[in-house]
Design a binder for this molecule. Structure first.
Ligand SMILES: [Zn+2]
Length: 151
């Protein structure tokens, strides 16, 4: 092979960069340049796919059932013990006055839906509202036996 710099015939040339151009040079001339061939392009240690963690931690929100919330409402808000049939007592007392749930709601400063929930027993009114209902409808919702002034 011919050295591209000095034209000498050599068994093998080495590619070297000299002044911007890459030439095939004999070992003598190659010393003046930056050798390219003998430097084996060391492959970078494989940092390819495969090492990625596939642990997708699913964060599930705590499940709180609606039933539990309603039960909490019963036990936490209620202080006075109410008669077992207090929803029925509310409804009967209201119907005795021929009030619609809407009308009763207005008198209680509550929504009609609240009245309906109370009468359905799905909403235990706070003690203050219990007293209001009792006064308004002249009905007893509490569990303690009614002092009956039988004259
Ligand atoms: Zn040469």
């Amino acid at each position: 092979m011919l050295c591209e710099m000095c034209g000498k015939e050599v068994p093998s040339t080495a590619r070297a960069r000299i002044e911007g151009s890459v030439l095939s040079l004999c070992p003598d001339c190659a010393r003046f340049g930056q050798l390219l061939d003998p430097v084996p392009a060391a492959p970078a240690p494989g940092r390819s796919a495969g090492t990625r963690s596939n642990a997708v931690a699913g964060t599930r929100p705590p499940l709180r059932t609606r039933r539990l919330e309603e039960r909490d409402l019963y036990t936490e808000i209620g202080e006075m013990e109410l008669a077992p049939d207090w929803p029925k007592r509310v409804r009967l007392a209201r119907e005795a006055r021929a009030w619609t749930p809407e009308e009763l709601g207005k008198k209680l400063n509550e929504k009609k839906s609240v009245v309906l929930k109370i009468e359905a027993g799905s909403f235990r009114p706070p003690d203050a509202l219990v007293r209001k209902i009792e006064q308004l409808l002249k009905v007893r919702l509490r569990a303690e036996p009614e002092t009956n002034p039988t004259a």
